[in-house]
Design a binder for this molecule. Sequence first.
Ligand code: UT7
Length: 318
Amino acid sequence: MSFRIMGTGSYLPPLSVTNDDIAKYVDTNDEWISTRTGIRSRHVATDETASEMGAKAALEALKDAGIQADELDLILCATVSGEYIVPSMACLIQRAIGAHCPAFDMSSACSAFLVMMETAAAYLATGRYRRILLVGTEQMSRVLDWTDRSTCILFGDGAGAVVLEPGENYLGSHMVFMGGEEVLNLPTNVGNSPYWTLERPRDTVNMNGGETYKFATRTVPQEILALLEQTGTQQSEIDWVVCHQANQRIIDAVARRLKGIAPEKFLSNIADHGNTTAATIPLLLDECNKKGMFKRGDLMVVAAFGGGLSCIASLIRW
Ligand code: UT7
């Protein structure tokens, strides 16, 4: 047994920050950012935390699914920019939406939403849970170094959520995990042990952009092709590709490798949102869903990559 998506929701903080706005803080410009990344603006929180944004997305997904919070059996959340290490984001959202079910977080950076889908499918297969809420929510603006032009231009804030129930619409996944912190990391730097002798890390996003780019353009097509082979699916059968929104050039490079899928099937909202890490996939799914773009039965590849390093591709029937 796998799952069916019952409903989707998302939330963006109201402030939209353009590339020209960012050029007031760091030595950059709209032309560089838009041609190298496809990003023109991103939403940035001014007075809302990741859990508050996540709760708003969750409530919208519940409404879309037509169920109440107390009908949920499990809440899974993902974030790299939550306001606490303890309690979990899932517990904060559980209380905010008035749910009473088990709730815990899954950590897998930008791949986390698909890791949660994989986990939810396994839980639903046990028959123990029937309604699972997944939330990806990020306040990336609070974990960026706003003097580092190589990272602060890329990310945005926002949240997305889906509600799942048992069904037959999760058709498979293929993934690769390569442990290591060199390419992409976000250290924690809390406490003040008088016994600690080593240097304390900088607790903001650190990224080797070139290496991340190479990893993504190599592994995303590789995992999608492996997924299609594993599930006996032809590229021509795919109606939509929902890729992690990190850089439009990465999405375009993946599209060039998958020649059997028309370029217009690769969905994108990165121009207005930037990279919202664990929230990119549910945000994009919700926006396209609300625009009425998806028809029941549409076949979609959903693919994500990120810190870990990790890359995962999943096949879903809408
Ligand atoms: O979900 C997390 C995953 N993260 C990603 O997927 C990021 C993947 N990587 C990328 O998207 C790209 O590597 C970046 C957009 C981060 C960088 O693009 P790039 O084409 O790889 O540029 P670069 O790092 O090679 O830098 C080229 C030049 C450098 O100047 P010099 O050394 O050639 O003089 C940089 O200093 O561009 C300079 N540069 C900038 N210039 C203006 C770097 N950032 C900026 C900037 N504005 N914001």
